[in-house]
Design a protein around this ligand. Structure first.
Ligand code: 3IX
Length: 194
């Protein structure tokens, strides 16, 4: 094995990301894109209830509190749960670009154990865009927003059309989401994974 996968290195013709003019203002909470989302959904009892906030440029911050339900080893967060928190934070960057995109690749480094009860302070930014490919990176700190880095990730998101969700999602949930009377909530439900 020889280090990072080259699929996460932007190609030579990649460009700097551009914050959409209608992106939420820095400091604004982004809210859940779908109430049943495992990462951010407020009506998802098993979820992480991660809250992301717009930053400057194409950056976001988020906080995730590690609960007893998130354990892998006794008293420590499960690595897959931490990967989910990183994925969700990285996914919320798409809101600032105003594109719909799904995770194609997510590469995670675990640098320090994360005990139950910890608040993980996450920051993510888009580093480059090449056609449908969105390159991004994230860190998760413990002890405070300036604390030591416990986890980090690099990711490649791929832009998709809303049809991606309608064609691939289970009909029951698609119908329920389409029936949502609030237009904004209905649109946001299809921003990420079914
Ligand atoms: C209607 C509303 C409008 C408003 C929208 C506004 C804002 C949206 C904002 C906010 C979102 C908010 C919050 C998000 C929160 C959470 C995030 C969680 C995200 C997830 O948890 S999401 C679930 C897991 N995710 C999947 O469920 C994907 C399954 N997968 C597929 O559905 C396909 O696999 C797909 C679509 C990815 C690609 O398929 P495809 O046929 O469309 O495209 P294709 O294969 O041609 O790839 C095109 C180029 O990407 C390269 N590429 C592709 N995959 C790669 C990989 N893995 N590694 C390296 N490179 C890869 C190719 O090499 C090619 O590169 P090149 O063009 O250079 O050749």
């Amino acid at each position: 094995m020889s280090g990072r996968n080259t699929a996460l290195t932007p190609p030579a013709d990649a460009t700097a990301p551009v914050r959409h003019p209608d992106a939420p203002a820095p400091g604004e909470l982004l809210g859940a894109h779908y109430e049943h989302c495992f990462g951010c959904g407020e009506d998802q009892p098993h979820g992480l209830h991660l809250e992301s906030r717009a930053g400057e440029g194409v950056r976001v911050t988020a906080e995730f509190t590690v609960k007893t339900a998130h354990q892998g080893a006794p008293g420590l967060a499960h690595g897959g749960v931490l990967a989910t928190a990183l994925d969700e934070t990285l996914g919320s960057l798409n809101w600032l670009l105003r594109v719909i995109a799904v995770t194609g690749r997510l590469e995670t480094d675990y640098l320090r154990p994360v005990p139950v009860g910890t608040v993980l302070y996450l920051e993510a930014e888009v580093t480059a865009v090449a056609g449908r490919k969105i390159y991004s990176t994230a860190v998760g700190r413990i002890g405070g927003p300036e604390g030591p880095v416990a986890v980090r990730a690099d990711a490649l998101f791929i832009e998709v059309k809303v049809d991606h969700f309608i064609e691939n999602g289970r009909p029951e949930e698609i119908r329920a989401a389409m029936a949502e009377p609030d237009q904004v909530r209905r649109a946001r439900a299809f921003e990420v994974n079914p």
